[in-house]
Write a protein that binds this ligand. Sequence first.
Ligand code: 9WN
Length: 431
Amino acid sequence: MAKAKAVLARNDRGDYTVPSLQIYPHQWLWDSAFIAIGQAHYDPDRAARELTSLVKGQWRNGMMPHIIFDPAAGYWLDHNFWKSGLSPDSPKDVFTSGISQPPVVALAVEAVAGKLEGQSRQKFIDLMLPALIAYHRWWYRERDPRNTGLVVLVHIWENGLDNTPPWMVALNKVRLPVWMRAGLALQLPILLKKLRPDTKIVSANQRLKASDAARALILAQHLRQQKYDSARILQDPDVAIESLTTNCILVAAAESLEQVAQMAGATVPVDLAAKAAQTKAALNALYQDGQYYSRNFITGRLIKTPSLNTFFPLLAGVASEEQASQLVELLKDQKQYWPAYPVPSVPVISPSFDERRYWQGPTWINTNWLIMKGLRRYGYNQEADELKRRSLELVAKSGFGEYFSPLTGERYGIDNFAWTAALTIDLLESN
Ligand code: 9WN
């Protein structure tokens, strides 16, 4: 507990916490949500600030951007790259990215509001509730163009689990300019340096491949050319995915929104409650033969590449009891999702499994936390307890890594990673 708090103190920037001082020195949306969930246990006021500071970056159309930049800090694609000012909806005095991230923030607002009392709780909800309503409405107004209830993501970074295999299938469709293809083939140092500043700190075999980083960059450039206008982007998108992760989190977030509204004696607007119910029902269409998948919005096909996304319908309460039991069986399969340190982002037997590479195999504490919540929702408390025990063991053994080998528990990525510390606190404090 003391070590976890020290990591958060080290990464604290006053009103927000950076995921890592070395490679992520800005405010990230879903990171701040996880961080506040940890902080709420020992300093609810600070946790509240972590979340209210997100409102400063919110766009006029309701979008909460995935990064709020500190213009003085570095990052390979910083505010000079994103140029959020190109959009009339961006805030004038703050630099942000032009895309969002999984909407975990309502879950955090619920957790933090529950720890605050009296006037501070009221003030916090008065600010956060309208911000969340505008944010959830943004998802539905701008990202559900066919009014199906399933929102569409247009960049791998919106998904949070950046290079998970289902997304790589879609990302491969992004065409690289000839000079970039040639540069990659020739391994031009100047290009690789631009694409891979992270590999000065973390070994390249633990990060995105250079060609994937190049595609992510070109895709972000396309979004910038369209001034981050979702309607324009979705007319002819390079990548458009009905993400299982985001839609499940959106359903869970809608439930949190109800709770938060209730705490303040308010109600969630009917249009939003109706959309959340529509999403919940629509998620059933993403189920086939015992598993759930994301769907490609362009082709209309399920992306049947296995990954831990399949467990998120538990979090959203979408699965029937029978479907849930099938998912739990799958989760407990030692050859797939239950090696020594579960839950790997990709099943161990999958050809794309790589125990070191980012979201293509490693175990992450935030996804474990979301899966535990889903297990408890369906009464699989023994499994959730076991996952909690092994997650804490992992951190005790290897520290507050960004991600870990599911096979050996070795720490990969950056050290002193904020959400690993914050969610460790939550696991230690809650049952
Ligand atoms: C791009 C900050 C973020 C997390 C994401 C994780 C990683 C960024 C990157 O780091 O993404 O947003 O540079 O790869 O994939 O989930 O929010 O910790």
